[in-house]
Design a protein around this ligand. Structure first.
Ligand code: ZN
Length: 302
């Protein structure tokens, strides 16, 4: 048995995975708002509860978290749950649980889960992107996570949106939270989609409302979704040109827009440096559970 924990901004989810893929138990608790010490304690309490319910002791625990761990300092950086930033999350959790843990960010857990038995199963190379509150990415090769020298492999959400269109307000683009302009995240997160719609139409609507209206044929929302798809196609063309994955998997709230999987591959060919694009674009098979499933697999089966 292995335990996987998905530490999110609003909830902490935990599972006990038995063998390759059997989810024995699943529990969710709310994340203590903006309180680091209480968050560490909540994760430790959830692990203990899962172990007790599963009848296991000292099980391997993998933890998916927002942001990345800076290799030099061991401290969390780039996390959208900002109370984690600057903290020694690994050490604090290892101390609380009395064992060695493996940690990876949420996009890395997504790509690991989907490459194992999800939408990218059997592929030799996969890129997974989370299009949610923030935008993150992760890479897997031969079913294994590619971590990278700086622990940021696949993190393309803070690259600039490529081939920017001044007529769509993309130069210099919105200010991102870390001080640079025009990051992919500022366009492709749910918040980015809503902000683009508000700038063009003056209507302040949530991303899911805009998507619903677009799918119902409302023209202004439809134009917003079309701009979003064009930007997603450009951003993914960059990934294909650099990494050329066999499969690209999308997770996060915006990944549930079914039309993306037909329309984006119709668009990306104009920017991919190849006369033919064989890359498949697929939704995450395990949806929101990919984070916790990937976390449980950070310790491979022996
Ligand atoms: Zn950024």
């Amino acid at each position: 048995m292995r335990i996987g924990i998905d530490l999110g901004g609003t909830k902490i989810e935990g599972i006990v995975l038995r063998g390759e893929a059997e989810v024995l138990l699943r529990r969710r608790v709310a994340t203590p708002a903006l309180q680091y010490a209480a968050t560490v304690e909540a994760v430790a309490a959830l692990v203990r509860e899962l172990e007790q319910a599963a009848g296991g002791v000292g099980l391997p625990v993998g933890i998916g978290h927002p942001g990345a761990i800076a290799p030099a300092s061991g401290r969390i950086k780039n996390a959208s749950s900002t109370c984690l930033n600057g903290q020694l999350l690994r050490q604090d959790l290892e101390q609380a649980l009395g064992r060695e843990l493996r940690l990876a960010n949420d996009a890395d857990c997504l790509v690991l889960s989907e490459a194992c038995d999800g939408a990218a199963a059997g592929s030799r190379s996969a890129f997974a992107a989370i299009l949610g509150t923030g935008v993150g990415g992760g890479l897997a090769v031969e079913g294994r996570l590619l971590a990278g020298a700086n622990a940021i492999a696949g993190e393309w959400g803070h690259n600039p949106l490529p081939w920017p269109r001044p007529d769509w307000g993309e130069v210099p683009g919105p200010l991102c939270w870390h001080g640079l302009h025009g990051c992919i995240e500022t366009w492709l997160s749910g918040v980015g989609l809503a902000a683009d719609h508000a700038r063009v139409t003056g209507e302040r609507l949530a991303a899911e409302v805009i998507v619903g209206r677009a799918e119902a044929g409302e023209p202004r929302a439809g134009a917003t979704l079309a701009r979003y798809e064009d930007r997603l196609a450009r951003a993914l063309a960059h990934v294909i040109n650099l990494f050329d994955p066999e499969v690209i998997v999308l997770g996060g709230g915006v990944s549930q827009v079914q039309g993306l999987y037909r329309r984006v591959p119709q668009l990306w060919g104009q920017w991919v440096f190849s006369d033919r694009v064989a890359t498949a674009l697929r939704p995450a098979r395990h949806g929101d559970s990919s984070g916790v499933l990937g976390a449980a697999r950070l310790f491979p089966l022996l």
